[in-house]
Write a protein of this length. Structure first.
Lengths: 249, 317
């Protein structure tokens, strides 16, 4: 536990020691601000039944998730392998799982920080639309649950990709490709809409885009929770196996 | 017994980096692994530090197997890899604290130990500086401090003085010698004088094998001879030649011109007898002039070169 906490703190620290941390946060803030402008613009038009949180997804949400996740996670293992500190790390009495968990936790915390400006935007809107019940806490909660679960999946994918290589760019490309595949699955699921074939069902299950739409509407689907958590565990498990593989005979 | 390695082999992608290596290190020894680049020193150390497993054979540290009891072994060793990788964005004290906590030291204990190693490695004035801004010598000390922070029984240092300037090398060497009083030290180097000066025992490695293992003095003796003699004598060349040829104790001699009328003679005796008094008497008897007479001991360097170079190349040295 001590090693886990020490490592998590170190990872968080190193994220903010480098300029990457601030660039990602600035980028995410810009994206959120952009979405906010789009949102306010839409609200000026005709009345809509779509919840505020869902309109927001139309803006830069996926842009931020798809690009920020690889940038946050690319350095986790790749940089340590590149600079050689991986060797000093793995010759201390810490287990592979502790290392993977700590890096994953730190990345997830940074990712969640990216979404604080969104909370601010929504609260500002809520304040100016006094009493109109624009934003209910349940929907807000479910949207943040969705953001968190999808974050788990993307950070786990990033951990795995970063563990594979000592080149940060390659790590970012791999995690971007895997993340994009999950994202695009939603579009693929579209044409199958009419027929309830196995392909459509399967693609719907992995389509994080559709899942996120549900969360933004305030619908918490256990299938989606199970999917995000199990696939996160799966990728973390793979990351752990990759770390361990140097000790295979 | 601190380290017990037997029949250790390691191959990377079909390439044998370490071939059937066996050696033992007793508690309290400072042992140097000496060899040219690519001899398998780093690989052997990485195996001992539980970073990579051996392909075959066994290795144990303090009686614990490095493969099956890796966690216990890691607690007992302080390892500084080649090129001494550090986190350049951290401050010295912060980094050492981080490492101490990672190695399982409690809060107050880690503070105590960090203070102790900072003093021990002479980092007091640098403790608040960012590692990336330190000079190479200080970074090396930070690496050493990290290896020491949890008071390990065994310290493994891979090329601890590489890339340092002579005065930094001296101070790091001094530090290593001091460590030898309380810890067992295994260090690697491809620089001879370093190993000769700091280590009680030397293992010479080449192409994945251990070619020789002994104290530096014994290795010198193992060459069998007492070194050769250098004499600078002013005498007629022909007379000098016949004189050396007729001397039965000489196995071999070479002559070369020196400044002025002198000839420089390099004489290799065949036995262990000291020929200096004899040569001096000879010079007196013949009425020559003598301005230098000295005995050159085989340095470890010669032992090293003889062992690590193939026969054909040896002649050129």
């Amino acid at each position: 536990m001590q090693a886990y906490l020490t490592l998590t703190r170190r990872e968080l620290g190193s994220f903010f020691y480098s300029w990457i941390g601030y660039v990602v946060i600035a980028g995410a803030m810009f994206g959120t601000g952009w979405s906010f402008v789009v949102l306010v613009d839409k609200l000026q038009g005709e009345p809509t039944m779509v919840p505020l949180t869902e309109i927001f997804l139309g803006g830069s949400f996926w842009f931020i998730v798809l690009f920020a996740a690889p940038i946050i996670t690319m350095r986790l293992f790749a940089l340590e392998k590149f600079s050689g500190t991986f060797e000093t790390l793995m010759t201390t009495p810490v287990s592979d799982w502790q290392v993977v968990w700590a890096k994953f936790t730190a990345a997830l915390i940074v990712y969640m920080l990216l979404w604080l400006p969104l909370l601010g935007c929504l609260l500002v809107l809520n304040y100016f639309a006094r009493g109109s019940n624009l934003l209910d806490s349940g929907t807000l909660g479910s949207e943040y649950l969705g953001i968190f679960l999808i974050g788990c999946l993307f950070m786990a994918v990033g951990c795995f990709a970063s563990a594979l290589t000592r080149n940060q760019i390659v790590a970012a490309m791999i995690s971007f490709a895997i993340g994009l595949a999950f994202f695009l699955a939603g579009f693929m699921a579209g044409p199958f809409d009419t027929q309830q074939g196995w392909a459509e069902q399967a693609l719907n299950c992995v389509s994080i885009m559709n899942q996120m739409k549900d969360y933004a509407r305030g619908v918490v689907d256990t299938r989606s929770i199970v999917f995000c958590l199990t696939s996160s565990f799966f990728f973390l498990f793979l990351a752990c196996r990759v770390i361990e593989s140097r000790r295979w005979r | 017994m601190m380290i017990d390695v037997s029949n250790l082999s390691k191959s990377y992608a079909g390439n044998n980096a370490v071939k059937d290596v066996s050696f033992q290190v007793e508690k309290g020894e400072i042992v140097g692994l000496l060899g040219p680049n690519g001899a398998g020193k780093s690989t052997t150390m990485r195996i001992l530090a539980c970073f990579i497993p051996a392909s075959s054979g066994t290795a144990s540290v303090a009686g614990l197997d490095v493969f099956t009891q890796a966690d216990e072994v890691r607690r007992r060793i302080g390892y500084m890899p080649e090129n001494n990788p550090l986190h350049p964005d951290m401050r010295v004290r912060e980094y050492l604290k981080f490492r101490a906590r990672l190695k399982g030291l409690g809060r107050s204990r880690s503070r105590e130990r960090v203070d102790a190693v900072i003093t021990q490695c002479g980092l007091e004035d640098e403790s608040k500086r960012i590692i990336g801004h330190l000079s190479k010598g200080y970074r090396q000390r930070v690496g050493l401090a990290d290896a020491l922070v949890h008071e390990p029984e065994l310290i493994i240092l891979d090329e601890p003085t590489i890339g340092l300037d002579p005065s930094q090398i001296r101070s790091v060497r001094q530090l290593i010698k001091e460590l030898g009083r309380r810890h067992t030290v295994l260090l690697s180097s491809h620089i001879l004088p370093e190993v000769e000066m700091t280590c009680n025992r030397v293992l010479i490695m080449c192409e994945g094998r251990i070619l020789a293992a002994d104290t530096p003095e014994n290795l010198q003796k193992a060459l069998g001879q007492n070194g050769h003699l250098i004499a600078e004598i002013a005498a007629p060349l022909e007379e000098l030649k016949t004189c050396w040829e007729q001397m039965p104790e000489l196995a071999h001699y070479t002559l070369s011109a020196a400044e002025g009328e002198y000839h420089r003679c390099a004489l290799t005796p065949s036995g262990s007898e000291d020929l200096r008094p004899k040569i001096f008497a000879l010079v007196l008897e013949r009425g020559w002039k003598l301005r230098e007479l000295s005995r050159v001991r085989h340095s470890l360097e010669e032992v090293y070169i003889r062992l690590t170079l193939p026969e054909s190349e040896e002649e050129t040295f």
